[in-house]
Design a protein around this ligand. Sequence first.
Ligand SMILES: [Zn+2]
Length: 280
Amino acid sequence: MRALSVPRFLGLRIFACAVGAVAVGVLFSGCATTTRPGEVGVERQQFMLVSAAEVERMSATSYNNQANQARAQGKLISSGPEYDRLRKIANRIIAQAGVFRDDTKRWNWQLTLIDSPALNASCMPGGKITFYSGIIRRLKLTDPEIAAIMGHEVAHALREHGREKVSRAMGQQLLLELALGGKSNSAEQIKFAQQVGNLLITLPNSRENESEADRIGIELSARAGYDPMGAVNVWRKMAAAGGGGTPEFLSTHPSHANRINELTQLQTVVRPLYEAAPKP
Ligand SMILES: [Zn+2]
């Protein structure tokens, strides 16, 4: 099985590339952009080797595993004032996602709040948001600051940066080793899916992806009625918190002074959206 499976795996991709221009298949979606540019003008073309449905399925599995694990440890917060506050902000941000793409109304959006000191938050492909209580409590986040982080993370999902990361890894043959497993039985298929799911979580975003998430994120939070200065403030707090060590959120989200400058410059673009928006 081993000798057969690798050429088959590669062959599918080569075949898909060859016919990609004619028949945009499941494996090869070619160069396109996942979102409308918005006022902040994100227009970069993206190269995808793996289908959105495949990535969403793996994300959903990883996300559910994470929630189940937190529940088993008594660390899942699913009610109370802290959860309600986060839920309200999430609903307002999610309501603006349609500005950038039409299909978000059909997404199965989910919100998980985990009791943990981690300075972290994320949104996996398909709208699976996770916040750790540590980032809210330790940084004493205001609502606009939570909205800024939420907007940034949701923007990663809208842009399908996770799918891009997996596609890039495949392109660089990092996943070839995994494919060598043969995927010949269900146990191997599950292991393969879990490993790709882990990559979705652990691979760092590129600086370019971070900049896109900052730009779309600040527009989302402004349209949702949250002061866009929250984005500047939150990165100042984050940089200050990073003084002694390296919080996880900073380690996967590089650059600080540049991002604060860019977010400051974006204020003139998004402030009119904020002023026109209904406030929470
Ligand atoms: Zn990010």
